[in-house]
Design a binder for this molecule. Structure first.
Ligand code: HMG
Length: 445
């Protein structure tokens, strides 16, 4: 059976940076460690005046196409995942294709284009669509381009303001992929929830604390559903577990929950029992409340054990390095977590070929999805092509007042003139609006 999966990945971060400890915390009268230690975030990326979800997506896609030597004829579908679309009819994928057609010979007239929303779930569903399309033999030898692009803004003063971010991830889905092979081992946890939503409004209505509980509940359901297909999972089964990362502190909670679930009834649980006792079993408690309190106490003990800390340091921590510097990218978030993990393995000189990843996507509203992937032989050469560290380091560092202007500039209800902070070079830029209020783009050589 031919392997199908992610052949290449490129990342484009918004070119501006808000430093949370140095710039944001003092204005909010908060201890910087609330952000750096509590949420686990150091900075957020923002788009410059000439950037938006289309330019970031098109710039990531162009880097990918140039690097792989692709022309439009090689691409049979373009799927965009976003929660920040500015057009309720014309999909962002058509804008991105229009940008790319400015710089390549040929066109995407015979490529199937679409758009999905649902945070990370949307990016992952787009990967699935591409996988199914290729597996069904409907691709005519062509690859699929999946672009996850978002400008994740919250209303100013909302607790979510600390978790903003902006950037795009472009992925090429092909036969015989270089990076990871996708699989049919997959599970879902899904329910009608109103924890975070944007009913025809740009900034989310969000119940932050509840959204965290919903994330964990759906993730647990998805893991159970995954195991019903793939069999019981064990913490040692996976080299890395990249999660949707709204902020690393969320993943800290998800990682602990996942570990507790996976070690239940294993020798790891038995060995740890000498130190912290066995996990509480619901049947031993009078009511649910008493059981949950016992579980909370047990998890506090579990997270301080050497075994757990070592596992977390190896399997989860490396997935968080990019997110710590850029914030939440909604649809792109799990894909930068995967990239962080692979990048860190390459930097550490690890041999990952044939090792497995367990990938946990999530979108508010709400759904979690968990699936397994297998790292391919070409992973190292591929991941070493990323220049994300250079991009992160060269962002313009905003003052708080500049940040407020940038936030207003990207507020759809405001018309704010703002000079660029960075000089565009070899990239797509937003140039204004056309006769039908469409957004217009040029390529700056
Ligand atoms: P908050 O209320 O300002 O923060 O908002 P907090 O007081 O809960 O503090 C945060 C953490 O920092 C806590 O850690 C504190 O203890 C700690 P925890 O106890 O939870 O482990 N802390 C400190 N640590 C060290 N030193 C200190 C210190 N002070 C406090 N001095 C909240 C936090 C997440 C609620 C807010 O940022 C928010 O509303 N964010 C937006 C919603 C969100 O991200 N939800 C996540 C799950 S939903 C999701 O992932 C989907 C999403 O991507 C949407 C989508 O695309 O679909 C969001």
């Amino acid at each position: 059976m031919t392997a199908v999966g992610i052949d290449a990945i490129e990342i484009w971060t918004g070119k501006l940076k808000l430093d949370l400890a140095e710039t944001f915390a003092p204005e909010k009268g908060e201890d910087p460690e609330k952000y750096t230690k509590g949420l686990g975030l150091h900075a957020s990326s923002f788009p410059d005046a000439h950037e938006d979800i289309v330019t970031m997506g098109a710039n990531a896609a162009k880097r990918l196409m140039d690097r792989k030597g692709l022309t439009p004829d090689d691409i049979g579908r373009i799927d965009v995942a976003t929660e920040s679309a500015f057009d309720n009819s014309k999909p962002v994928s058509t804008y991105i294709a229009g940008c790319l057609e400015q710089v390549y010979d040929g066109d995407f007239h015979h490529a199937n284009k679409g758009e999905r929303k649902f945070a990370c779930i949307a990016g992952t569903q787009s990967l699935d669509d591409a996988y199914n399309w290729i597996k069904a033999g409907r691709n005519r030898g062509r690859s699929a381009l999946v672009v996850a692009t978002d400008t994740a803004l919250y209303a100013r003063g909302d607790p979510g303001e600390a978790t903003q971010g902006a950037g795009a991830v472009a992925m090429l889905i092909s036969e015989d992929p270089s990076l990871v092979e996708l699989s049919t081992d997959q599970g879902y946890g899904s329910a009608d929830e109103t924890d975070f939503l944007k009913p025809n409004q740009q900034f989310p209505s969000v119940d932050g604390k509840r959204s965290m509980q919903v994330y964990l509940a759906r993730m647990r359901e998805a893991l159970e559903d995954y195991e019903s297909v793939a069999g019981a999972s064990h913490p040692d089964d996976f080299a890395y577990i990249p999660f949707h990362t709204p902020f690393p502190g969320m993943v800290r909670k998800a990682g602990l929950l996942g570990y507790r679930h996976m070690i239940r009834n294993t020798t790891v649980e038995e060995e740890l029992a000498e130190e912290i006792g066995l996990q509480p079993r619901e049947e031993d408690y009078e009511d649910r409340e008493a059981y949950e309190e016992a579980i909370r106490d047990h998890m506090d003990d579990l997270k301080s054990t050497a075994e757990y800390r070592e596992w977390y340091g190896e399997v989860i921590e490396p997935t968080l390095s990019i997110a710590r510097q850029v914030g939440n990218w909604y649809t792109g978030s799990v894909h930068i977590a995967r990239a962080s993990a692979l990048k860190s393995a390459a930097e550490a000189g690890l041999d990952l070929a044939d090792k497995r990843l367990l990938v946990g996507s999530y979108g508010s509203g709400a759904q979690a999805e968990i699936h397994a992937e297998t790292v391919q032989d070409g992973w190292k050469d591929e991941i070493e092509q990323l220049n994300v560290d250079d991009q992160i380091d060269s962002r313009y560092d905003l003052s708080f007042e500049e940040y407020e202007n940038v936030h207003d500039r990207h507020n759809h209800d405001k018309t704010i003139e703002m000079e660029d902070f960075t000089v565009p070079e070899e990239e797509f830029v937003f140039t204004g609006r056309g006769r039908m209020n469409e957004r217009l783009y040029d390529y700056v050589a």
